[in-house]
Design a protein around this ligand. Structure first.
Ligand code: NAD
Length: 478
């Protein structure tokens, strides 16, 4: 299979190809045509041309109808999208079905509903009337990572189109397929040519950098690593365009003595091991009150030992591989660092032997550590694998201090049966999202984003519409 960039309603190639490799067994999924500077330039021009033309004249009800048609077509082609996402990422079929593909159409429907229900802000004071006119930004660059490819892409494309922008999308080089399939879905749903463009390639010196440095873009929304966010911020600084950044995390869980332990251990296992730990919201630091420390450590280690590696369509498989050999090398370096720092290993910590058919894949065992404190690198740096370090605490104040002792600020979870304390501690977390007795549940209308090194701005519901639009206030006097 050859994947091409999608520009102005047509698939285009530049001549340079790169490999798309299956992380299950190292086999070749297909070749991808890398967008050079001229392909990126054509994509931005195509987006601009329809933004100034036919797409720019779409009314709000027409945009709402288009978004609903895209959602319906995603559902119709869910099987094809699922196959593509599983081949690119290696994640188990049930996970990709419930987490990734289901959210893609939900993203379009949610933003169609939010746009349809949106009113006008007007303030009437004496002899003055103020009202704000909402306009699209223009051409928006959307750059996304490989861990939840279609989910994170549609989370940005849906509100960008709802707000009337044209977009140029740069999917991760590791997972280029579903962004390309989405091009044909959006075209079939009736979007004018140029509204949705895809450019394939890498970051520095490739499509990612060409796009963020392009003078024709009016905003950048990015999900990925913090250091990439910093590079993109520098690239767009001379243009002074708005950025929305959803970046890395080093998320904490806090478990109190009075927690429902079965529920807490189940939640901690999901938040540590789901998607092989490759979700920005996954937990990598677990603070446990001393009275239940041993029970939680044992319960979680048991859950780690129950994980089953295997092909995505094997019903017994619970865990897929990491995304690539390069990422496994990085995670394994942290396994060595933990050992050098003196951590005790509760479970896993190596590379599983799965037989000749799978040993070329990027498989990894989980790792659970104890015995270190917040000075250790494994408690400070984002690893992005199926790992967690457990640390005991005595008092509520200490738990809050330990959980907040990080430069990141994406997510946290708090586990307790004392609701008053639960609200107090969850509210004290310096993060964009804090869960109480649960993890990962998301309502698409709520604000999503991170504090500190975890990001800039919030998306979700009206927060998304605010990022993807420019407001002009009109003040009328009489
Ligand atoms: P990454 O930053 O390496 O890459 C993300 C995207 O940016 C890719 O498409 C890549 O090609 C592109 N890119 C890289 N360098 C670039 C540059 N200089 N200019 C323009 N584009 C560039 O991230 P990744 O390894 O793909 O994803 C994992 C990271 O994403 C983790 O840090 C994780 O925490 C983070 N993440 C955050 C969220 C969130 O919502 N906060 C969600 C998912 C993942």
């Amino acid at each position: 299979m050859l994947l091409s960039s999608f520009v102005g309603g047509e698939f285009v190639d530049s001549g340079e190809l790169f490999d798309n490799v299956n992380p299950i067994d190292g086999s070749l999924v297909g070749k991808v045509s890398e967008a050079d500077q001229s392909v990126v330039d054509k994509a931005v021009r195509a987006a601009r041309s329809t933004f100034d033309g036919v797409w720019g004249r779409y009314t709000v009800p027409e945009r709402v109808a288009l978004l609903r048609r895209i959602a319906d077509k995603i559902d119709e082609r869910a099987g094809e999208l699922l196959k593509a996402e599983v081949a690119d990422t290696g994640k188990p079929v049930p996970l990709a079905t419930t987490l990734d593909i289901a959210r893609a159409s939900a993203n379009f429907r949610a933003f169609a509903d939010i746009l349809a229900a949106q009113g006008i802000d007007a303030y009437h004071t004496g002899r003055l009337l103020n009202y704000a006119v909402r306009k699209p930004l223009g051409v928006v660059a959307i750059i996304v990572p490989w861990n939840l490819p279609l989910l994170l892409l549609t989370w940005k494309v849906a509100p960008a189109l709802a707000s009337g922008n044209a977009v140029v999308v740069k999917p991760s080089e590791e997972t280029p397929t579903t962004a390309t399939l989405l091009a044909s879905i959006i075209a079939e749903a009736g979007a004018p040519d140029g509204v949705y463009n895809v450019v394939h390639g890498f970051g520095p010196g490739s499509a990612g950098e060409f796009l963020t440095k392009h003078p024709g873009i009016n905003g950048v929304t990015f999900t990925g690593e913090t250091k990439t966010g910093a590079a993109i911020m520098q690239a767009v600084a001379p243009k002074v365009v708005p950025v929305s950044f959803e970046l890395g995390g080093k998320n904490a869980a806090v478990v109190f003595n009075d927690a429902d332990l079965e529920r807490a251990i189940d939640g901690l296992a999901r938040s540590t091991f789901t998607n092989t730990g490759q979700i920005c919201l996954c937990t990598e630091r677990i603070y446990v009150q001393r009275g239940v420390f041993d029970d939680v450590a044992k319960g979680l280690a048991d859950r780690a030992k129950q994980l089953r590696f295997g092909r995505p369509d094997d019903p017994h498989t619970t865990s897929g591989p990491l995304i690539s050999q390069a990422h496994r090398k990085k995670v394994l370096e942290y396994y060595d660092i933990a050992q050098q720092e003196g951590a005790q290993l509760l479970a896993g910590g190596g590379v599983p032997k799965l037989g000749p058919a799978l040993d070329k894949g990027s498989w990894i065992e989980p790792a659970l550590w104890t015995g270190l404190d917040n000075h250790a690198r494994i408690l400070r740096e984002e690893i992005f694998g199926p790992v967690a370090a457990l640390v005991p605490f005595d008092t509520e104040d200490e738990a809050i201090r330990l959980a907040n002792d990080t430069e990141y600020g994406l997510a946290a979870s708090v586990w307790t049966s004392d609701l008053e304390r639960g609200h107090r501690v969850a509210g004290a977390m310096k993060v964009g999202i804090a869960w109480l007795n649960t993890w990962y549940l998301r309502d698409l209308r709520t604000p999503f984003g991170g504090a500190g090194l975890s990001g800039i701005g919030r998306e979700g519901g009206l927060h998304s519409l605010n990022f993807y639009s420019e407001l002009t206030n009109v003040c009328v006097g009489w």
